[in-house]
Design a protein around this ligand. Structure first.
Ligand SMILES: NC(=O)c1ccc[n+]([C@@H]2O[C@H](COP(=O)([O-])OP(=O)(O)OC[C@H]3O[C@@H](n4cnc5c(N)ncnc54)[C@H](O)[C@@H]3O)[C@@H](O)[C@H]2O)c1
Length: 425
């Protein structure tokens, strides 16, 4: 008898005994008449001893305890009909951006598969969905082909921060070239739309400011960042080659610097560095003069932009970023103030090779074609990120969880901000 049947029988016996349908005898046997369909014959008399009842009660308690450990509660996902529900593959879905995209698409009611080799991603970024019938996690390196039936592919797999992508430059190039070929090949085979996560790094150290999509870039092809910058440029070139030659329906998102909860603690980027240094009362290190600029977008804005792009008919590259620009010095001071109560000093150290001096997206195209623009104020996003990092630092054992729940983005933070700019407006 399966576990459920045992449980049903026990519960039935206990229930019936309350109403006098089960008589207790001196025998230790429980006479439960099981019909051909496996359901107890309630009409036949059942008898059991008081010790059996006691044992059953103990068993019932034990089962309830076990159920508590295995029954998992998931965030409520929307119900979509068969026609509306899409099968979506997210490569790199266990990483920082990918995991937030997983959350949003799962909440929308789609079936989401993640393919990740866990180089920089972590299972715990998506643990909230493990076991959900709409979710699947595949341990897969996209340098190898993947055979799966899907309607859409968000291709995000690639290390994104300089220490990670410089760690194994050859692998970074393989992931962005061979991995992209594999995903475009899959898109061709199953006729899925493919969205490539490109980057503002395709503009290199830009000579135009702000950077619009028509700008071809200023990239050093043999510098330390080339494995990533050139890898992404090839990924873009491949996308349009597959579009032209194989009629693959492609989307290319040029993503600008993004921050938020679940960022890797050691990703070596400005936001995570400054937050960690401030939280730990360490010196905040600025590479160079600090007059170089960056524009940071909060991760939920990026996720909105990626989904809007996938759902649009626009196939040319499109910048997804926040045009609010600050110097690195300003970021350091702002983050130190938001962390509060820190003794961190700001120190300037030697500049990094090929570090772009100015970075700010021109998002006219995204506004016009997607009706998208970022809405989360820098201060709000930074506070959420600092809270996440603070909890992360407080962890001292594996069982202490620091889970950023999918609903914590609290999108209504931004309810009073108009997200949809009228198309063409
Ligand atoms: N975060 C940003 O500021 C930013 C900016 C521009 C572009 N992007 C792009 O967005 C995407 C996601 O970036 P992120 O910040 O989430 O980075 P991340 O490092 O957190 O996530 C990347 C994910 O890809 C996985 N991965 C790497 N190589 C793989 C391989 N060969 N096979 C399978 N999985 C692999 C990693 O394990 C990780 O889960 C990347 O393509 C990145 O280039 C990010």
């Amino acid at each position: 008898m399966g576990n459920n049947k045992v449980l049903t029988s026990i519960l039935l016996v206990i229930y019936l005994s309350q109403y006098g349908y089960v008589s207790t005898t001196s025998s230790d046997n429980v006479d439960v008449d099981e019909g051909a369909d496996g359901v107890c014959g309630a009409q036949g008399e059942m008898s059991m001893s008081s010790s059996s009842l006691l044992r059953m009660a103990e068993l019932e308690e034990r089962i309830a305890q076990l159920e508590e450990t295995v029954v998992k509660k998931y965030p409520e996902v929307k119900f979509l009909t068969y026609q509306d529900r899409k099968r979506i593959l997210i490569t790199g879905g266990a990483g920082f951006v990918g995991s937030h995209l997983v959350d949003r698409l799962m909440l929308q009611g789609h079936e989401v598969s993640v393919a990740d080799n866990f180089f920089t991603g972590r299972k715990r970024n998506v643990e909230q969905w493990m076991g959900h019938e709409n979710f699947e996690l595949i341990n897969h390196d996209i340098v190898n082909p993947l055979y799966i039936e899907v309607d859409e592919i968000y291709h995000l797999a690639s290390p994104a921060s300089p220490p990670h992508y410089m760690h194994n430059p050859v692998k970074t190039i393989k992931t962005n070239t061979m991995g992209t070929i594999n995903m475009l090949g899959l898109g061709k085979r199953v006729r899925a739309k493919v969205l490539i996560a490109s980057t503002s790094e395709v503009y290199g150290d830009p000579e135009v400011h702000p950077q619009g999509e028509e700008y071809w870039g200023h990239v050093n092809p043999i510098g330390p960042r080339a494995c990533y910058d050139e890898g992404k440029r090839v990924a873009e070139a491949l996308s349009y080659a597959y579009q032209k030659q194989e009629k693959v329906d492609v989307r290319v998102a040029r993503i600008f610097n993004t921050y938020g909860p679940r960022m890797h603690m050691n990703d070596g980027r400005v936001v995570s560095n400054f937050i960690l240094q401030s939280l730990q009362n360490q010196t905040i290190k600025i590479y160079g003069t600090g007059t170089q600029t960056r524009s940071f977008q909060y991760v939920s804005d990026l996720v909105d932009g990626l989904i809007a792009l996938m759902n649009s008919n626009y196939t040319q590259p499109i910048n997804i970023g926040n045009p609010e620009e600050h110097t690195i010095q300003e970021f350091a001071v702002m983050i130190r103030d938001l962390v509060g109560g820190t003794k961190s000093e700001i120190e300037h150290v030697s500049p990094v090779e090929d570090d772009p001096q100015k970075r700010r997206p021109d998002i006219t195209r995204a506004k016009k074609e997607l009706g998208w623009e970022p809405v989360v104020p820098l201060r709000v996003g930074l506070e959420k990120t600092i809270a996440y990092f603070r909890k992360e630092l407080q962890r001292s054992s594996h069982s202490e969880r620091n889970i950023f729940h999918p609903t914590q983005h609290n999108y209504h933070d931004t309810d009073n901000v108009i997200r949809i700019v009228k198309k063409g407006g």
